[in-house]
Design a protein around this ligand. Structure first.
Ligand SMILES: Cc1ncc(COP(=O)(O)O)c(C=O)c1O
Length: 401
């Protein structure tokens, strides 16, 4: 038996013990010089499994955290067991080939030339704006993004000492292109960030307008498709992704809309990245001088790769369709059965304002989340998991109708 095989066998034994352990309230032992009591530890691990189980429920729709399939989890387990570092790819030829294969496949899907995995779209947004600043010949420092863009854009601007100017949205929650144009006329930006799937409402900004304006003003156009990038697999969204392909950079999180475990995010570029710094790292074959991530192994991509290999791309496509259909079904039925104000999106997020009803109880159960739309309190349902159904959510909402 190899060392890894014996670890896997030990793991099986551990898992059996966890599942057989008593379900009880949890007391965390102190971290000190001594091992914790084994049965207490098993109880805590069992509690963690039960806590995460809510993501598999048919009424889980609070956040962009999907249920994870067995093959994704196996990919994550193997990545942990392998624990290689692709900064020295010559040591891990199989892992390196798999990474290249899936990056090539993603580049083709999003019609981009280069790309790499990264820990999440917060990091991807930061890196894309870093690249924008490195590429631009002038000393521009303005970034335009919609007022509903993800807060990581503001963080990235602060870190990079750039000035974020928020562009107002229209009544549909989309960035308003005429206001963007006026802003560009007033001051040319370093970059324009457009969102494909805003965090609260799941709205897609007018991407073509944003890209054209960026081209007109020689600015970098970055598309934050952390959530909406999942639609790239659906033929009916090809025209949208043909437009997106003209952007300078795009980020997308398989750990959101493709039901993968975190961290699994990808950042894709149209142009090759220029090294941004000199790195004194002779001990590495590929020092990461032109991208944010440092050490990395299969954790970013083995779960997704195994999912695609095990079930095929079409199975993932059907799962995405299924959850978008459930979001639509939910919105249609809620409209038929209530007079609540409903906000729909094409990306599987539905928000609503339930007049006087107080749904805090459902927020605490992880069924939905609370958000604000144009200053108004709303409840938000994210159909991120293929297990979530419209009927299950309607059943828990019914007493409030
Ligand atoms: C549109 C958008 N961009 C970026 C992010 C940040 O992604 P992460 O949490 O993976 O860093 C999110 C997270 O919800 C998001 O919805």
């Amino acid at each position: 038996m190899t060392n890894s095989a014996s670890i896997l066998a030990e793991l099986q034994h551990y898992i059996d013990q966890i599942l057989a352990s008593e379900q009880a309230s949890v007391t965390l032992a102190a971290i000190d010089d001594h091992p914790a009591d084994n049965s207490n530890l098993l109880t805590i691990l069992n509690a963690l499994i039960i806590e995460g189980d809510r993501h598999h429920a048919d009424n889980w729709a609070a956040h962009m955290t999907p249920a994870i399939s067995c093959e994704s989890l196996l990919g994550q387990l193997i990545a942990g067991l392998h624990n290689g570092n692709l900064l020295s790819p010559q040591l891990y030829p199989t892992l390196a080939r798999i990474e290249q294969q899936i990056i090539d496949w993603l580049c083709q899907l999003f019609q981009q030339q280069h790309g790499h995995f990264i820990a999440g779209s917060s990091y991807a947004n930061l890196e894309a704006l870093w690249q924008a600043r490195q590429h631009h010949p002038d000393k521009r420092h303005i970034v335009y993004a919609s007022e509903t863009a993800h807060y990581s854009i503001a963080k990235a601007c602060q870190i990079l000492d750039l000035e974020l100017r928020c562009i107002a949205t229209d009544k549909n929650g989309q960035l308003c292109p005429t206001i963007l144009q006026q802003a560009c006329e007033k001051q040319s930006p370093l970059a324009i960030v457009a969102t494909a799937g805003t965090p609260t409402l799941g709205i897609i900004d007018p991407l073509e307008d944003c890209i054209k304006l960026a081209q007109q003003y020689q600015a970098w156009c970055h598309i934050d498709a952390a959530w909406g990038g999942a639609l790239s697999l659906l033929p009916e969204y090809r025209p949208l992704f043909d437009i997106i392909s003209q952007a300078d950079s795009i980020c997308f999180d398989p750990h959101k809309g493709w039901h993968q475990p975190k961290p699994a995010s990808v950042l894709l570029y149209q142009r090759p990245l220029t090294p941004m710094l000199y790195a004194d790292a002779d001990y590495l074959q590929h020092p990461p001088v032109n991208s944010l991530p440092g050490s990395r192994g299969g954790e970013f991509f083995l779960p997704l790769w195994l999912t695609l290999m095990h079930s095929g791309v079409d199975s993932l496509r059907q799962q995405i369709r299924l959850r978008l259909d459930q979001a639509d079904q939910f919105a249609i039925q809620l409209k038929q059965r209530t007079d609540w104000q409903i906000y729909r999106s094409p990306t599987g997020i539905v928000c609503f304002h339930p007049n006087q009803a107080d749904l805090t109880d459902l927020v605490n159960k992880g069924i939905l989340s609370q958000a604000k739309v144009a200053g108004k309190d709303v409840y938000r349902l994210v159909f991120a998991s293929p297990n979530t159904t419209a009927n299950a959510i309607l059943t828990v909402l019914e007493p409030y109708f």
